[in-house]
Design a protein around this ligand. Structure first.
Ligand code: COA
Ligand code: AMP
Length: 636
């Protein structure tokens, strides 16, 4: 890039976005290069690079092979849970992707069709994603820790022609069989795919094709054995590349749409400007392909860059110990890594003095990036002092697909401040608004909003629901996108993100909806009313707590109460998934509400966290809070 610093780049990105993004777009190979950069003819909806065409898979694989990177590792699968490692070159990955794309094409998958991918951290998950991109099909990856009901909701909304699954995932404590969960999800969903492809893993092979179903069940290996490689399909920059469902406050997940052109341009720009990663560098993101961090920074950004990505099927601790990340960094000569702060908290808990860290040569490591939840100053200080490299917080969301605020290590490294993800990234006009929509001065806390248009790569809409996009994000303050996070900016322009202003939970960097956990609790026959709140947790940042009012005549005390609470915990595992990590449910006499019937979750959260609650004047019966305070301050 021709900028000589952050300030110049930031100013240009907002004052002359066409010029800024036209230059960034030159690093992507187009079939029809863009002539128009921004289409602003239909506010508040904006589109980037209308009229241009490309193929994302071509940019991630074919062009690198053509340009001489064929023998460079594209992907290193490091899997302590299976005791295996596999390095796949760019040429090797291209061959696998083209063949799997051919296999899907033989099942009728075409441009615009949806494909749901329900797989653990195996190379085939990446192959399936890129094969969709190759065909112009739209993938929707569902995280393996979600239960059948959540998977069914996504299948119902995305209406996939094909579902690709693995027979199992491997957690340190157990083998998680995916196929029975997929079967249960398909039983629940009114939409049925035409085909289901199952990758058999030896840890738990699945029964494939043995049920009498309306759809065909196929074995991945058999299908691929007969397939012809497929070529890249030309798609519009504005065509969807993927849908990634994320949790809102209600139980109904939101299908975040990502386009092809803006996404490729933005992610490629982010790799060197934000992360300081160039072609040939080794980059390690410890997340899951089921989350946005996995989509952007395990799969697309490193491959669009021609870097090597490490796909890690393991945990920060327990596979086998808190030295796992350090072993990976040393063994694969990782230049920079990315994960969620909770992973570092887990390592710090098990190895506070960094003894396992010191057993490895970490000289290749230049920086650590953390996102997904607030990086608390303690964890920041610990990681910085232990590793001796910059530990960089970045703030963003599934909706944006890449960082809104960060310290741009490639463009211009700036001083790091504990508790702050540093400054707005070029392209993002970050503004703090008060309740009336007026901008707030430095130091004052309000709603963190982004002035429209947002940069390329951010969501153009929600799948099949422009209105929900406009109503949910763009209507509160006309001309702005409301992030749902609250915070402030300091005198130096550094942003401080203090947390969600709505009822979305963030558990170990995983975004979860109170609504879907409440729906699971409410489905129990003895429950009259319930509420779920997120309370502070040392390891996971936040964990959910359930509060239930039982139906008249049901005994909520003693052994009977304990049985009901245990059933409720199990229901949430079965309906939402183990990742919800709900361990504590309490029976209470009543829930605090406003006179119009709104449950006061924020007030309860403050009580549970030991803070003095702000009690709204509209509370229906203040005495309910006094009784509840004793329950909320008690944790198991
Ligand atoms: N498939 C099936 N089950 C899964 C799963 C998956 N892909 N991922 C997690 N689970 C299960 C776990 O086995 C666990 O089940 P359990 O209740 O039977 O033990 C439950 O979901 C909760 O998992 P997890 O959040 O991983 O908690 P943990 O207590 O096992 O581990 C950490 C805590 C901090 C080590 C872990 O949360 C972690 O590695 N976090 C990294 C954060 C991250 O990757 N965030 C993504 C966004 S960047
Ligand atoms: P997700 O869409 O799953 O990536 O979750 C996005 C939400 O996680 C944001 O709206 C924030 O509430 C939270 N979050 C992510 N990164 C950070 C961060 N660096 N600091 C504070 N909160 C964060």
């Amino acid at each position: 890039m021709t900028h000589d610093g952050y300030a110049a780049a930031y100013a240009e990105s907002l004052e002359q976005p066409d010029e800024f993004w036209r230059r960034a777009a030159e690093r992507i190979e187009w079939i029809t290069p863009p002539t128009t950069v921004l289409d602003d003819s239909n506010p508040p909806l904006y589109r980037w690079f209308p009229g241009a065409t490309l193929n994302t898979c071509f940019n991630a694989l074919d062009r690198h092979v053509r340009d001489g990177r064929g023998e460079q590792p594209a992907l290193i699968h490091d899997s302590p849970v299976t005791g295996t490692q596999q390095t796949i070159t760019y040429a090797g990955l291209l061959a696998r992707v083209a063949t799997f794309a051919g296999a899907m094409a033989s099942l009728g998958v075409e441009k615009g069709d949806r494909v749901v991918i329900y797989m653990p951290m195996v190379p085939e998950a990446v192959v399936a994603m890129l094969a969709c991109a190759r065909l112009g099909a739209i993938h929707s990856v569902v995280f393996g820790g979600f239960a059948p009901a959540e998977l069914a909701a996504r299948i119902e909304d995305a209406q996939p022609k094909v579902v690709v699954a693995a027979s199992c995932g491997i957690e340190p404590s157990r083998v998680v069989e995916y196929k029975p969960m997929l079967d249960a999800a398909l039983d629940r969903s009114s939409h049925k795919p035409e085909s289901v492809i199952v990758l058999q893993r030896e840890q738990a092979r699945a029964a494939v094709g043995e049920r009498d179903t309306d759809w065909e069940e196929l074995d991945w290996d058999e299908l691929v054995a007969d397939a012809e490689p497929a070529d890249c399909v030309e798609v519009a920059a504005t065509d969807p590349l993927y849908i990634l469902y994320t949790s809102g406050t209600t139980g109904r997940p939101k299908g975040i749409v990502r386009d092809n052109g803006g996404h490729a341009v933005a992610l490629r720009w982010s790799m060197d400007n934000i992360y300081g990663i160039d072609p040939g560098d080794v980059w390690f993101t410890a997340s899951d392909v089921g989350w946005v961090v996995g989509h952007s920074y395990i799969v697309y950004a490193p491959l669009l860059t021609g870097a090597t990505t490490v796909l890690y099927e393991g945990k920060p601790v327990g596979t086998p110990d808190a030295g796992a990340f350090w072993r990976l960094i040393a063994e694969h000569k990782v230049r920079a890594m990315f994960t969620a702060p909770t992973a570092y908290r887990a390592i710090k808990r098990d190895d506070p003095r960094g003894e396992l860290m010191r057993q490895h040569d970490l000289s290749s490591l230049k920086a650590v990036f953390l996102a997904g939840e607030r990086l608390d100053p303690d964890t920041y200080e610990w990681a910085t002092s232990m590793l001796g490299v910059p530990v960089v917080d970045n703030w963003w969301q599934t909706e944006t697909g890449w960082p809104i605020a960060s310290n741009l290590r490639g463009l211009e490294p700036m001083p790091l401040k504990p508790g702050s993800p540093s400054v707005p990234v070029p392209g993002y006009a970050v503004v703090i608004l008060d309740e009336s929509g007026a901008p707030l001065p430095a130091g004052q806390e309000g709603a963190i909003c982004l002035r429209l248009p947002m940069p390329p790569g951010t969501l153009p809409t929600l799948w099949g629901d422009d209105q929900r996009f406009v109503d949910g994000y763009l209507s509160t303050f006309p001309g702005y996108y409301v992030s749902g996070d609250g915070g402030h900016v300091d005198e130096d322009g550094y942003l401080y993100v203090m947390g969600r202003t709505d009822d979305i939970l963030n558990v170990a960097g995983h975004r979860l909806s109170t609504g879907s956990i409440e729906a699971a609790l409410a489905g129990h026959p003895d429950v009259a009313e319930c509420a779920v709140i997120g309370v502070a947790d040392e390891l996971k940042g936040q964990v959910p707590r359930g509060l239930v009012v039982l139906k008249g005549g049901v005994d909520g005390s003693g052994a009977e109460g304990e049985r009901i609470c245990a059933e409720l915990v199990q229901r949430v595992r079965d309906e939402v998934g183990p990742v919800a990590a709900l361990r504590q449910v309490d029976v209470v006499a009543a829930l605090p509400k406003t006179r119009s019937g709104k449950i006061l979750r924020k007030t309860m959260r403050e009580l549970a966290d030991g803070r003095t609650p702000v009690v709204p004047g509209t509370i229906e019966d203040a005495s309910v809070l006094e009784t509840l305070a004793q329950v909320l301050r008690r944790s198991t």
